[in-house]
Design a protein around this ligand. Structure first.
Ligand code: FES
Length: 344
């Protein structure tokens, strides 16, 4: 049960491995396909088989009419390719097409990775998955007496069952403080509402990209990078990470998940990781960000081909954009996460 899937009209070609359904193969390939339950209940993942054969993975509750079946309609979550196939399926190309969703996930792990950051890993229910675009945020909490907080999803939409979050220690944020005071543990139930925000990959121009992330601004950037890697169309990806931790700390402490970024650098010929050693804190000014931007971009001969994704506090982003604008790029080439501003 494997084969090449040509998706029309978008023109993406993806190889399905093992027992991957057509939907899983598409999501792993970085596509933004419509779906909801992933198990044959909702009918949202309907596609049309234009050529080739399918292998049924499961019986499904959603009923297709005889006429739909006759026209080749099938559920992408419940069928795998049996050899090479051509499937007609539309991708979500605008976040407004993704409805606000609500689900209750279960905490798989809560892990402190440095003095200021907790990694929160949720599992979604079998019958309900969160559809979102890489870079978007969700609201967490509100159940079992928990406060709510809005945080960017750090995992790739291609992983249907997992939602990852990087929760910073923010004294003024009730949800962050609940996480840091052990209010959540393995098995805790946590409400998830969303997605929100317009920070996402510009799929029309993902060939040469520079990501600049301050502290837990790495979370939405990580989600987008994983999508870019899945798409396999990028030619040149650079990740700059700036940390608020003091100069005296070790490299790993300055940039949590430092090894994760290094593994991308080691494994991918088109990915370069740049851990930045200069310090920027929440109270640093635009000038400091300008200096850092000047420094990190001076190594590039020509920035005209690059798109920029910047996530950090307002002064950080303003300073970065100030320097980047000096290269006379169109405004649309610079993207920032407005929803993330207060969440870092
Ligand atoms: S039937 Fe719900 S995603 Fe396939």
């Amino acid at each position: 049960m494997a084969g090449k899937i040509d998706f029309i009209p978008g023109g993406k070609s993806i190889t399905a491995h093992g027992h991957d359904s057509v939907l899983q193969a598409g999501l792993k390939g970085g596509m933004s396909l419509n779906y909801r339950c992933s198990n044959g209940n909702c009918g949202e993942c309907r596609g049309v088989l234009r050529s080739g054969k399918l292998e049924r993975l499961r019986n499904h509750d959603f009923i297709l009419s005889d006429s739909q079946k006759g026209q080749g309609h099938f559920l992408m979550c419940s069928n795998a390719p049996d050899g090479d196939i051509v499937v007609q399926a539309h991708e979500v190309d605008d976040i407004v097409q993704i409805p606000e969703q609500f689900l209750t996930g279960k905490v798989k792990t809560v892990e402190q990775v440095d003095s200021q950051v907790m990694l929160l890993h949720l599992r979604t229910p079998r019958s309900q998955r969160l559809q979102f675009m890489a870079g978007q945020s969700v609201e967490l909490g509100g159940n079992n007496g928990l406060p709510t907080g809005r945080f960017p999803v750090a995992s790739c939409p291609c992983d249907e069952t997992s939602l990852l979050f990087h929760i910073p220690d923010m004294p003024g944020d009730a949800f962050s403080q609940a996480v840091f005071s052990d209010a959540l543990s393995k098995g805790s139930k946590l409400d998830v509402r969303g997605p929100f925000g317009e920070f996402r990959l510009n799929e029309k121009r993902e060939k040469s990209v520079i990501f600049i992330a301050w502290h837990t601004g790495f979370a939405p950037v990580k989600s987008i990078i994983e999508s870019v890697i899945s798409l396999r169309t990028a030619e040149d990806i650079h990740l700059f990470r700036v940390s608020p931790v003091s100069q005296g700390s070790s490299q790993a402490e300055r940039h949590y998940l430092d090894n994760y970024c290094r593994s991308w650098d080691d494994a991918l010929h088109n990915f370069t990781y740049h851990p930045v050693t200069q310090r920027f804190s929440l109270v640093s000014a635009v000038d400091v960000a300008r200096d850092i931007a000047q420094d990190i971009l001076s190594g590039f001969g020509n920035l005209a081909d690059y798109d920029f994704y910047i996530v950090g506090p307002p002064a950080f982003r303003a300073g970065m954009e100030d320097i980047i604008n000096g290269y006379s790029l169109e405004d649309s080439r610079i993207r920032g996460c407005d929803v993330c501003m207060g969440l870092l």
